[in-house]
Design a binder for this molecule. Structure first.
Ligand SMILES: Nc1ncnc2c1ncn2[C@@H]1O[C@H](COP(=O)(O)OP(=O)(O)OP(=O)(O)O)[C@@H](O)[C@H]1O
Ligand SMILES: [Mg+2]
Length: 232
């Protein structure tokens, strides 16, 4: 398969006063269309930084990132925001749901910037809630949902615009073993059935086992000493 996500010689240096932090140092990775890649590595090794740059949330210091035909780093911030809405879904460890909005309203949120009618938005939001088996909780507020249920809603929000790429930053990091299993099964299903290309940060080898392949960061560099392992 052709690479769908291409990360080439990516470097991200944060400057604080006279202190330079090399969060990413010459990282190159290719991810195939429909591939599920787990990203592991110690705290501070640059995992979230890599995810944020791939998702167009953070800037790079040098290097290149492309997704499909799109050069992610070349876009203006405004264009990037519009592109991101349609192309990259982001799933967070602590769900990042809006507490004053219902599950349905949280999932509908990314659609508000798209040229859709209310009826079309309802159709997409309901379909996304259904895809993660949480439609029965559509009118619940986040605080009325368990952690696993909140993460389902957050995953529905990530897929509601039909983005081809899903990035997830420790999506099961806040969940018990049973909910972790459910969320990982769901992510795997979205990968297999909807063909989502996935890049998932995790500290947990049980979660990484759901991926096709695991890559590792160490102090901002890709660790190529550890052989890439095939997952379940
Ligand atoms: N906005 C920022 N400004 C300055 N330094 C930053 C910034 N964001 C990240 N860093 C630094 O870059 C390095 C990599 O951070 P990053 O958050 O990518 O690590 P991580 O691998 O996700 O760690 P964790 O497993 O703890 O989430 C760290 O040293 C961090 O302190
Ligand atoms: Mg992180």
């Amino acid at each position: 398969m052709d690479p769908y996500i291409r990360i080439e010689h990516l470097t991200r240096t944060y400057v604080r006063g006279t202190n330079e932090i090399h969060a990413l140092n010459d990282v190159s990775v290719e991810i195939a269309d429909g591939e599920f890649v787990a990203l592991m590595g110690p705290s501070g090794s640059g995992k979230t930084t890599l995810l944020n740059i791939v998702a167009g949330i953070d800037h790079a210091t040098s290097g290149a990132v492309s997704i499909g035909d799109q050069d992610v780093l070349a876009m203006s911030d405004a264009r990037k925001a519009a592109w991101r809405t349609r192309n990259v879904g982001y799933v967070f460890q602590f769900y990042n749901l809006m507490p004053m909005l219902t599950a349905y309203e949280n999932v509908e949120l990314p659609l508000l910037v798209l040229p859709l009618t209310r009826a079309q938005r309802r159709e997409h939001a309901q379909a996304a809630l259904e895809a993660v088996s949480i439609l029965t909780r559509r009118d619940h507020y986040p605080k009325q949902l368990s952690g696993g249920e909140q993460q389902r809603v957050a995953i529905a929000r990530a897929i509601v615009t039909d983005a081809k790429v899903l990035v997830a930053d420790e999506p099961t990091g806040n969940l018990d073993a049973e909910s972790e299993q459910e969320i990982m099964t769901l992510l795997k299903r979205l990968n297999k059935e909807l063909g989502k290309t996935m890049l998932m940060v995790t500290h947990d080898s049980a979660a990484a086992a759901f991926a096709d392949r695991t890559i590792r960061l160490e102090k901002g560099r890709l660790n190529t000493k550890t052989p890439e392992t095939a997952g379940a």
